[in-house]
Design a binder for this molecule. Sequence first.
Ligand SMILES: [Zn+2]
Length: 443
Amino acid sequence: MFFFSKPQKNISLYNTLTRKKEDFKPIKNGEVKFYQCGPTVYWTQHIGNLRAMVLSDFMRRTLSYLGYKVTFVRNYTDVGHLTSDSDIGEDKMEKAVKREGGNPKEIADKYIKIFENDTKNLNILEPDSKPRATEYVKDIIEAVKILMEKGYAYSTDLAIYFDISKANDYTKLSGQNLEENKSGAGNANIEDSQKKNPADFALWFFKAGKHEKALQYWPSPFDSLLVKNGEGFPGWHIECSIMIKKLLGKTIDVHMGGIEHIPVHHTNEIAQSEALNNVPLANYWLHNEWLIVNGGKMAKSEGSSYSLSEIKEKGFNPLVLRYFFMQAHYRSKQNFTWEALQGANSGYEHLKNQVKELGGKIGKVDKNFKDKFEKIIGDDFNIPQALALFQEILKSDIPKENKLATIYDFNKIFGLDLKKELHSPVAVSDEIIKLAEERKLAR
Ligand SMILES: [Zn+2]
């Protein structure tokens, strides 16, 4: 995106697959093919999911900053994702239809719109592609056919499954012991007695059994005694494998997602993609940790799975949330509290005032600070430490205009809109003042 012609700087990444930090080497010199598993668009995404989107944005901007040409794809799951990641439960899109009426397409459109409004508010760059699973059903069917022909998949009356005993080192990403961790890989055999291994996962669900009334279905060349024309819908995991192959290629450089995807979703993506293509799916697997709320897991039932609109309703600029996410490394859990967000608000406002005091003249980017910065962000995207460098710059004795140039340069990764905010007066809402007062009282 920036600096196409410049040589690339070094970066080391923690690779879940090898469980160590490695020097990044792209497949094609100077280019990065980057895929992130996107949201299932049946509900408003909570700020924990949005954190993952901000984190991938930092990664993508860092890679661009360091001189790589990044192609970034993030999908929308609009079919096939059941309430449990391991093929158990209701279809999430159908659950939303039951809740709100309409049809799956309308549900998907609605929540994609909300999501894209949120990502825009958070200053997250648009992906190069944002495919929907339902647009790739033909390609998915083609791939399942090949997996059947190659002997990796088998059919029951209810579904076509991937036979994990045929996979090459099925648990290599997670290192889990399937015998000990049945809940991890799924024990959906309860729902289909014809399944060979409990952890076999569905590539295609027939419109039969509990999915007899499926709202989204397509004809397929697969046989089941219970349906005509092989009617059904794709499983969740296969969609990512196919969209990756179609949009980025058989092997990509970086695959990213939340740590919850390691034992099931990403493990299954690897198994089926490698069976299909005979080459590794991704060279670097990056996983972000979770956002917790008040020290515990975010839960809808407790009203703690906040959305961005709730943050805005309390009077916070969405970029305060972005600034808050900068304060924890992507491989660390981060604890969200309203007090912590209030703290981020003060930090962000303070920084903007400091930048304002530098005046409007832009000098040269300071080389020493830039070297330092590149080393920090090149060390597995250490954004919290990179942010701390701002205060070092501000306290240093380099000329004001060079301070400003350096801060603007680093802000290409941070995306804090420091320039835009520079001349607009800051409106502090009553809610924020109230929170600040409560905080004072609590001390
Ligand atoms: Zn995925």
